[in-house]
Design a protein around this ligand. Structure first.
Ligand code: NAP
Length: 367
C-alpha cells in the first residue's frame, strides 16, 4: 500500500461518538469490547464483520468492514481508537493522529513501536498516543512502575512470563513469533548490547510453578530504561510444559530460528509456538529492585492472556479518555510513564486478576 493510499482514510474526532476498536472482534478485541461496552458506545472493525455479529449484538456495538490491507478509504467519527490488530503501515495510527483522536495500541513489537513513536511524534499529536504494547497490553510495565514507587525507584526490572499452552490466542498474534531469529537491543547494568531471543535462560518460581524462562523481545525492555531510568530490564518467557521449553531452547541452539527465517519455513516456525487452546491461565512475575530493596508481584489472570491484555488495553483507554480522574497524557507516551492516580493492583483485582505482592530478594531462583 502506498503512502498516498494510507492518507485517504477519513477518521474524525467526535467526543460523543463510539470508541473504535480496530480488530475489535478478535480474541483480544472481543475481551476488550466486553470490558469497555458498559462505559462507552463501540464500533468494531475487521475484514469480515459477519464474524463479529454476535459480539456486536451482545455488546450493543456497531460493526463495519475495515481491511487494513485494502486501500479503500475508511471513514468514521469516533471519540477514541484502540488498535487490537497489527497495523503494519501505521495506517490507523496516522489517521487517528491526523484527526486529533486519542489513540492507544497493544499490538506492536519493539521495532514497530519504535517506528510508531517516531511517526506519531513527527505528526505532532494534539491528542494522546499511548503505545501500550508491552507485555499484556502494558500490565507488566504498569505493575513494575507501581512496585518502583514502593521502593524509591527501579534499578532493575525482571519480568518472567509463564505461557499456558492451553490458552487461547488469535491468528494475528502469530507474526510476533517470526522475530525469534532476530537479535534485539537490551540494557544491562546501564550498557546496551544485542542479544538473541531464547538465550540467557534461568529457572524461576512463577507463583507455585517452577518455570524455565529465556529472553524474548518485548517493548518494555526498550521503554523502561527510558521512562523509569532502569539500568537493567529483562523479560523472559517459558511454557507450562517444561518439555516444550526444553525443545524450543534446543531448536534455538540448532540455529533454526536464524536459518529458518525464509518464507519456506514460516508454517513450521509458527507451529512451534502457536497452539491456540481452549483457555488457560495467564501468569507473570515482576521483580523490581531499587534503592530500598526488592519487591515482587505475581500477576495471575484465570481468564487467560487475551483477557489480561484486554484489561491492559482498558486501562490504556481509560487513561487517554481521562476516565481515571486525571487529565489525559499529552503527546506520545508509554503505559508506565503516564501519571497514575490509579491504584494498578486494585484495578487489576477489580477485573478478576490476582496480584500477590511481597518484599524479598530479587528473582528468587529455583535452581
Ligand atoms: N501486548 C500484548 O501483550 C499482546 C498480547 C496478546 C495479543 N497482542 C496482540 O493483539 C493483536 C490481536 O491478537 P488476537 O489474538 O486478538 O488476534 P486475532 O484473534 O487474530 O484478532 C485479529 C482481529 O483483527 C481482524 N483482522 C485481521 N487482519 C486484519 C486486517 N488486515 N485488517 C483489518 N482487520 C484485521 C480480525 O478479523 P477478520 O479476520 O475478520 O479481519 C480479528 O477481528 C495481535 O497483534 C497480538 O500480537 C498483544
Amino acid at each position: 500500500m502506498t503512502y498516498i493510499e494510507i492518507m485517504n482514510d477519513d477518521l474524525r474526532f467526535d467526543p460523543d461518538g463510539p470508541v473504535l476498536l480496530v480488530g475489535g472482534y478478535g480474541v483480544v478485541g472481543a475481551e476488550l469490547a466486553r470490558l469497555a461496552a458498559p462505559s462507552w458506545p463501540l464500533l468494531l472493525t475487521g475484514r469480515t464483520p459477519a464474524g463479529g455479529a454476535s459480539l456486536a449484538e451482545e455488546t450493543g456495538a456497531g460493526i463495519r468492514r475495515w481491511d487494513l490491507s485494502d486501500p479503500a478509504p475508511f471513514s468514521a467519527a469516533v471519540r477514541a481508537v484502540v488498535g487490537v490488530v497489527n497495523d503494519p503501515d501505521d495506517r490507523v495510527l496516522r489517521a487517528a493522529v491526523r484527526a486529533g483522536i486519542p489513540y492507544a495500541d497493544v499490538t506492536r513489537w519493539t521495532a514497530r513501536l519504535q517506528r510508531a513513536a517516531t511517526v506519531a511524534a513527527t505528526l505532532r499529536p494534539a491528542a494522546p498516543v499511548l503505545l501500550s504494547s508491552s507485555w499484556m497490553g502494558g500490565v507488566g510495565a504498569l505493575v513494575a512502575a507501581t512496585l518502583a514507587t514502593r521502593i524509591g525507584g527501579a534499578d532493575t526490572v525482571e519480568i518472567a512470563v509463564r505461557w499456558d499452552l492451553r490458552d487461547r490466542a488469535g491468528a494475528d498474534s502469530v507474526e510476533f513469533m517470526d522475530r525469534l531469529g532476530l537479535e534485539y537491543e537490551i540494557v544491562e547494568a546501564g550498557r546496551r548490547r544485542l542479544i538473541m531471543p531464547l538465550t540467557d535462560a534461568r529457572t524461576v518460581m512463577i507463583g507455585s510453578s517452577r518455570t524455565r524462562v529465556a529472553r524474548i523481545d518485548t517493548p518494555e525492555q526498550f521503554t523502561l530504561p527510558i521512562t523509569l531510568g532502569v539500568g537493567t530490564a529483562a523479560t523472559r518467557i517459558g511454557f507450562s510444559s517444561p518439555a516444550l521449553t526444553s525443545a524450543l531452547l534446543a531448536v534455538k541452539r540448532s540455529g533454526f530460528f536464524r536459518w529458518g527465517r525464509g518464507e519456506r519455513w514460516t508454517p513450521l516456525r509458527r507451529s512451534l509456538l502457536y497452539s491456540a487452546g481452549e483457555g488457560g491461565e495467564a501468569r507473570l512475575r515482576i521483580d523490581v529492585t531499587g534503592p530500598a530493596g526488592t519487591r515482587t508481584a505475581t500477576v495471575t489472570d484465570p481468564r487467560g492472556q487475551a483477557h489480561l491484555t484486554a484489561v491492559g488495553a482498558l486501562m490504556a483507554l481509560r487513561r487517554i479518555l481521562g476516565a481515571d480522574g486525571a487529565a489525559p497524557p499529552e503527546g506520545v507516551v508509554f503505559p508506565e510513564a503516564t501519571p497514575r492516580p490509579l491504584d494498578v493492583p486494585g484495578f487489576l483485582e477489580s477485573a478478576g486478576v490476582a496480584v500477590a505482592e511481597e518484599a524479598g530478594p530479587a528473582a528468587r531462583r529455583a535452581a
